[in-house]
Design a protein around this ligand. Structure first.
Ligand code: NAD
Length: 430
């Protein structure tokens, strides 16, 4: 399921026609603008990206033939600092999708008060069809095609779907070779041996856990009495589940793409292996009960954490969601229509742009470490991430309380007021 195409819904709330990520992002911007005292011209400007670079990426395949792929880099806004956002290798990458995702990065960086703007890019390719050598050549050529628009002070890419630390290492090497100097700060999400940050990999899951813990506290629940279901036991889901388990919550269900496992007494999450650790191990685990991913979403638990893919809570299943609260680990797991119904039902949804923002926050730490040429310890990364998450949580909570907003509207209001303030103060040039 593509995680970036959401669905349109009528006033009646039905899921009808597919809506592009860009259309959704613009609609969310309009909704957020109603809660913030921001110039309407600023909102109009924010509906449009600064620049969208489209490039051809020729690749010599191992069999000697040549194929040309299309790559993109959408740069949405940089009023608060260099553009920041992932590069994905996925067959469904389009210019519009990159623009929509780049807008979400602008809000995510602003809600965390990071000195970055938003960007997103990628190549329309299925990386599973490429050998390691082909992926390396593709990444290096893509880096060369983007060389003029990226850089530590301009635009700093990171891993996304279909890319990881190795692609970032190739990208950084290709850029550095052409620039004539080692430039680790051109990308984040690199392996620590070449300037990557310790703790980057587990950071989005860690931030999901921190925000969930704060939400439990906010609603006066007892974490020891809280049951949690986590869809997706990958990087985000497994790290979030294991930390919450450590902090006393009862993780009763987790899943991977093949299905879910359930134990009403709580799973031993350290014992359940993620897909990377042992493929098929989640659904193959010896738990009291197994179920489908759809059934996991409908479990009667205190907290549901969708941490796999987008668009899993829709108008079609939202009435069957029994959780008391949703914390978004994945990007865009709740459609616009479902979000409205959850709001009507009084079920709080802690939004993705806050909950999983630990990833971009530790990317910011990585960028700082690269610029200063000094690596931080894992302990320092954890401490600073904890503080950044608590600060962001407090800023959003204040809007929830003061203006009686949903958590999503409050997060957008925080982001938009910071961006709008910067734009109004800098003014429009010339
Ligand atoms: P991952 O590949 O490590 O794990 C994904 C998990 O979801 C796996 O357990 C997989 O088996 C399962 N899964 C895949 N398709 C599924 C489906 N259709 N139904 C149910 N389960 C399915 O991915 P990740 O890095 O953990 O990312 C998960 C989500 O979090 C994505 O939406 C991603 O964009 C978002 N996110 C990731 C990061 C990051 O840095 N890793 C940061 C922010 C947001």
């Amino acid at each position: 399921m593509p995680e970036t195409t959401t669905t349109d819904e009528d006033a009646a709330g039905g899921e009808t026609e597919p809506e592009s990520a860009l259309a959704t992002a613009r609609r969310q911007l309009e909704r957020a603008a109603a809660h913030v005292d921001v110039d309407s011209g600023v909102v109009t400007r924010l509906k449009h990206p600064t620049k969208v670079q489209q490039v051809s990426v020729p690749l010599r395949l191992d069999d000697g033939s040549l194929e040309v792929f299309t790559g993109y880099r959408a740069q949405h806004d940089d009023v608060r600092g260099p553009y920041k956002g992932g590069l994905r290798f996925h067959p469904e990458v389009t210019a519009d999708e990159c623009v929509g995702l780049s807008m979400w990065m602008t809000w995510k960086c602003a809600v965390m008060d990071l000195p970055f703007g938003g960007a997103k890019g990628g190549v329309a390719v299925d990386p599973k069809t490429l050998s390691d050598e082909e992926r390396e050549r593709l990444t290096r050529r893509f880096a060369e095609e983007l060389r003029d628009v990226v850089g530590p002070k301009k635009d700093v890419p990171a891993p996304d779907m279909g890319t990881g630390p190795q692609e970032m290492a190739w990208f950084m090497d290709a850029y550095s070779m052409q620039q004539g100097e080692t430039t680790p700060g051109v990308v984040t999400g690199k392996p620590p041996v070449i300037g990557g940050s310790y703790g980057r990999e587990e950071a989005p899951g860690r931030s999901v856990a921190i925000v969930t813990r704060e939400a439990i506290d906010y609603y006066d629940w007892d974490i020891e009495e809280t049951t949690v279901a986590v869809q997706g036991f990958g990087s985000v889901g497994a790290n979030a589940a294991r930390l919450l388990d450590d902090w006393g919550a009862s993780i009763v269900a987790v899943s991977d793409v093949d299905g879910a496992i359930y134990d009403p007494d709580g799973l031993d999450t350290q014992d359940v292996k993620g897909h990377d650790e042992r493929p098929g191990m989640v659904s193959g685990y010896d738990a009291p009960q197994s179920m489908t991913n759809a059934e996991l979403l409908e479990l009667d638990v205190d907290i549901l954490i969708p941490a796999a893919v987008g668009e899993v809570i829709t108008a079609d299943n939202v009435d069957d969601i029994s959780a008391e609260m949703v914390v978004e680990g994945a990007n865009g797991p709740t459609t616009f229509a479902a979000d409205t119904i959850l709001e009507e039902r009084g079920i709080p949804v802690i939004p993705d742009i806050l909950a999983n923002a630990g990833g971009v926050t530790v990317s910011y730490f990585e960028w700082l470490q690269d610029i200063n040429r000094r690596q931080w310890s894992l302990e320092r990364v954890h401490e600073e991430l904890e503080q950044e998450m608590l600060d962001a949580w407090d800023a959003v909570r204040e809007h929830v309380e003061a203006d009686d907003l949903t958590w999503r509207d409050a997060a957008y209001a925080v982001a938009l007021s910071r961006i709008g303030g910067a734009k109004e103060t800098r003014g429009l040039w010339p």
